[in-house]
Design a binder for this molecule. Structure first.
Ligand SMILES: NC(=O)c1ccc[n+]([C@@H]2O[C@H](COP(=O)([O-])OP(=O)(O)OC[C@H]3O[C@@H](n4cnc5c(N)ncnc54)[C@H](OP(=O)(O)O)[C@@H]3O)[C@@H](O)[C@H]2O)c1
Length: 459
């Protein structure tokens, strides 16, 4: 047995793998963070390894300035490609059973593919699994959306449980891999005054925004299956909400990073938030579709929402009556994700705490100060922290953190099945409300509106 771990990627010709995962491997090798691994890349589009490699070479050279070709070549030495179709599983099965899976220290199955084929891939993995001795650990890594609704998630979860115990199932929500999102934990846990200010007595409302400039592009088929509610709301937005709203458990003084009791209680606290979420009335739910969407996906009758805005409430003493405005959409004027906490104020200028997740990683606190020489006249100013400016380095890309954690088996940054189950309950109820109350999907002009313009609309 060699000491390498084997990643098997289903969907290795797709957007996620080529745009995020493969570049993350490149950076990890370049920075000497990971070495003992091998990749088996499975996709349909390319007939052979040579054409697959030249596609990746082109894609990386467009993406990474000053690409180091020696690093890339090293990564290629670690990557095999196989053209396989999950809908024609026999040749793929034969190939995999002859692939010497048993010579690896661990096998990590990574589903970087369309959610509609997850169950077929999992059944295939189940068959492959029969050829791997039980003493070789297996992990299954899956990308959101995890199913389509609560029922399909329960079914997926049953398939997982036949492959590996829950501790070896990694539900990826790449927002949790971002340093700024992890910073919410530190901000609350290590700045006790902030954790205390985050409550109904001080907070008027909270805005959680994921605004995209791009449309669906080549991901039309995928997007028609999901829409904004399943693509972004069910996972990223509910994760951000629960991080902001949870009661932070006490930090372990001896080892903050590895403290498993802290991390376990944090998962539990997030679940408590999501179990107590309340939907608003249908009147407060706004659904939109960007003007050119239907044409872009060649379906003039599509009712898929590319935008959603609604307030959510938490039934707890801490958050009683505070609206958490959730806003996400495609083809808006700006690409930006942030959380904005608006505090009650005695003046018309509100105090705000803004945690920007992308494109910049920064935290802004807006306070009032006296204008020099103007009596007691005041003006809002920003006290700000910018990760690059302060630490002089860019945070690693989310997928670098995710790959390393899967490799090491660290589940801190991953969702868990209980959280996902409850998040699907919210989504199912929301879908039911939309259907019962016939909430219409309204058109909006491409790349024209800023996300916050929708907050006051029909409030
Ligand atoms: N793209 C992102 O930035 C991103 C970010 C976060 C999460 N995700 C999640 O990642 C997953 C993949 O997204 P994506 O954007 O990469 O989708 P994509 O670009 O549509 O790629 C889908 C991949 O699945 C392969 N595939 C489809 N049907 C197959 C079959 N029958 N047999 C074998 N392979 C098959 C495709 O192969 P061919 O193209 O070769 O036919 C392609 O490699 C989704 O769950 C998505 O939600 C994506």
């Amino acid at each position: 047995m060699n000491n390498e771990k084997l990643f098997i990627f289903f969907g290795a010709t797709g957007n996620l793998f080529t745009e995020k995962i493969f570049p993350a491997f490149y950076h990890l090798i370049r920075r000497g963070k990971i070495d003992n691994f091998h990749i088996l890349a499975i996709g349909r589009r390319f007939r052979d390894e040579q054409s697959y490699q030249s596609f990746l070479r082109q894609s990386l050279s467009n993406k990474i300035p000053n690409l180091d070709y020696s690093v890339l070549d090293r990564l290629f030495q670690k990557t095999d490609y196989y053209q396989g179709d999950v809908d024609d599983p026999q040749p793929l099965m034969s190939f995999l059973t002859e692939y010497h899976l048993i010579s690896y220290q661990e096998v990590l199955f990574y589903l970087s593919t369309l959610p509609s084929i997850y169950t077929r891939v999992l059944r295939l993995i189940e068959r492959i699994n029969e050829h791997i001795p039980s003493n070789i650990p297996k992990k299954v890594i899956i990308e959101k959306p995890f199913g389509f609704d609560k029922k399909s998630f329960i079914y997926l979860n049953q398939l997982f449980s036949r492959l590996a115990p829950e501790r070896n199932i990694f539900y990826v929500d790449h927002y949790l891999g971002k340093d700024t999102v992890q910073n919410i934990i530190v901000l609350k846990a290590e700045n006790w005054f902030i954790e205390n200010l985050l409550s109904a007595g001080y907070v008027k409302e909270i805005h959680i925004v994921v605004s995209e400039k791009e449309g669906v592009g080549s991901r039309g088929q995928f997007y028609e299956e999901t829409g904004a509610i399943r693509d972004i709301f069910q996972n990223h937005l509910l994760q951000l909400l629960s991080l902001v709203a949870m009661d932070i458990p006490p930090l372990c003084q001896e080892d903050k990073i590895e403290c498993s009791s802290f991390l376990n209680s944090m998962q539990q606290k997030k679940i408590e938030v999501i179990q107590n979420l309340k939907l608003p009335s249908a009147k407060q739910v706004f659904l939109g579709q960007y003007q050119s969407y239907a044409q872009e996906i060649s379906n003039p009758f599509s009712k898929t929402e590319t935008f959603i805005r609604l307030p959510l409430y938490i039934s707890s003493k801490r958050w009683s009556g505070v609206p958490f405005w959730i806003i996400t959409g495609k083809k808006l004027a700006q690409k930006i994700s942030y959380i904005e906490i608006v505090f009650h104020s005695t003046t018309s200028n509100e105090n705000r705490l803004i945690i920007e997740i992308q494109p910049e990683e920064k935290i802004d606190l807006v306070i009032q100060v006296k204008i020099p020489g103007m009596g007691l006249s005041s003006s809002p100013v920003h006290l700000n922290f910018n990760s690059l400016g302060t630490f002089g380095i860019n945070s690693p890309e989310a997928y670098e953190n995710i790959l390393i954690d899967c490799y090491r088996g660290d589940k801190t940054l991953f969702s868990n099945s209980q959280f996902i189950l409850h998040s699907w309950e919210i989504v199912d109820k929301l879908k039911e409300l939309i259907c019962k109350e016939q909430v219409q999907v309204e058109k909006y002009a491409d790349n024209y509106y800023h996300a916050e313009e929708f907050i006051n609309l029909k409030k």
